[in-house]
Design a protein around this ligand. Structure first.
Ligand code: ATP
Ligand code: MG
Length: 385
């Protein structure tokens, strides 16, 4: 008897002639997730099996697979010979001490001498005898199930649960986006959501070193690492906006600091996107959450982007919903570490919540926008995650 992991994927993305494309990406992403563990990868129609791995790696493998988008459910199963005695031996390992159960069977091998209902009845009977009254059968609402799958190679797979996967679409099937990754809670969640739709996500972070410290940068690298488990790796680009902030601070109205800085960020983001072949900019903005995220603030930053769409997957979310997702993806503990973001440097006491375009353009007119952007690009660093 050995352990096997069964992987099932959503049928949704399998329609039409793109099937091979989607499956190819999905398979590559699964293999990538398991690149550090010895295993055998077996493709069957409509599912995959992971075999020949060390039993103590089971948890590790399951955790890795749960981060692969496109995966619908998975099960940890025992593979045995397909005779009833062997199936029963495996089923015994999955029994709960008390409660109700049901056996569900499926025959991949139609030559097997018993029908599916017969297999279920026989195994159910063996379990009842064995449990001496502590278990009973309930086919409608059992407290747990034992599932038996007769394979075509003379083996059976026996398992209990369906473990929920990440669902979504395989990363690599929906183009590429550049995520503006701050050190906060929202942007990693925004990246996670776009990856769930199949998008490749690369990251761009703005810092104001030496006003922001190295720990702030390490925190962003850590967040990019957490995100990269879902995005099948990523590249993090960092750009210094120190000179831009100093120039704004020196020449422009303090209440427009953030508004003006964001316009620089978006301009840099668009240029960099075009440079690396990203087809959109992704941000963690959510309407009304902070002063810069009023519709006027969004309009102001959006209007400097000329060629690409800006995707804001969190725009209608409450903070609590975003935090839930952050916790689920495993980013929250890192996101709340207290290091300064560049947006908090030179922060005015009263940032403009409803900046007027006329004022923005007037203040921006005091700056050499092009030269500042070029200077910022000169500081770009590339970190492969
Ligand atoms: P987050 O939790 O993602 O930091 P936030 O609620 O703090 O978001 P803002 O600081 O207004 O909101 O930022 C809005 C969005 O702008 C962020 O979600 C992110 O996409 C982008 N952004 C802000 N600061 C930076 C930065 N230093 N580097 C890259 N992107 C940034
Ligand atoms: Mg922030």
């Amino acid at each position: 008897m050995k352990r096997v992991i069964i992987i099932r994927y959503g049928e949704l993305f399998l329609k039409g002639k793109n099937r091979g494309f989607f499956e190819g990406k999905f398979e590559a992403n699964l293999q990538n997730a398991l690149k550090d563990v010895a295993h055998k990868f077996v493709k069957q129609s409509g599912r995959y099996l992971i075999e020949n791995f060390a039993e103590e790696e089971t948890e590790f493998i399951v955790e890795k697979l749960k981060k692969v988008f496109g995966l619908h459910t998975l099960s940890v199963a025992y593979e045995t010979s397909s005779d009833l005695e062997s199936i029963f031996e495996a089923a015994k390992l999955l029994l709960k001490p008390s409660g109700t159960f049901k056996v569900e069977s499926h025959r991949g091998d139609k030559r097997y001498p018993l029908t599916s209902p017969e297999i279920s009845r026989k195994i159910g009977g063996m379990i009842l005898d064995y449990s001496k009254g502590s278990l009973s059968v309930d086919v409608h609402n059992p407290s747990f199930s034992i599932r038996v799958d007769i394979r075509e190679n003379g083996k059976a797979l026996v398992f209990g649960e369906f473990i929920e996967g990440a669902n979504g679409m395989p990363v690599g099937t929906a183009g590429k986006g550049l995520l503006l990754l701050s050190g906060g809670i929202d942007s990693p969640v925004a990246g996670h959501m776009m990856a769930k739709r199949g998008m490749i996500v690369e990251c761009l972070h703005f810092h104001s070193y030496p006003y922001t410290n190295m720990q702030a940068k390490e925190k962003v690298v850590d967040l990019a690492k957490i995100l990269s488990e879902y995005t099948v790796g990523t590249t993090l680009y960092t750009v210094s906006v120190t000179h831009i902030q100093e120039a704004i601070h020196e020449k422009c109205k303090p209440e427009l600091m953030i508004t003006l800085l964001r316009r620089f960020m978006y301009r840099i983001a668009e240029r960099h996107s075009l440079h690396i072949g990203a087809q959109c900019i992704i941000t963690g903005e959510s309407l009304g959450q902070v002063a810069s995220q009023t519709i006027e603030g969004v309009t102001s930053s959006n209007s400097v982007v000329e060629k690409l769409p800006v995707l804001r997957p969190l725009i209608g979310f409450d903070k609590n919903e975003i935090i839930d997702r952050s916790v689920k993806m495993g980013a929250y503990e890192t996101s709340i570490l207290p290091f300064e973001d560049c947006c908090t440097v030179f922060l005015p006491d009263f940032p403009a919540t409803r900046p007027k375009m006329k004022d923005i353009l007037f203040e921006e007119g005091k700056l050499d926008v092009e030269a500042l952007i070029e200077e910022a690009f000169a500081s770009i660093e590339k970190i492969e995650i």
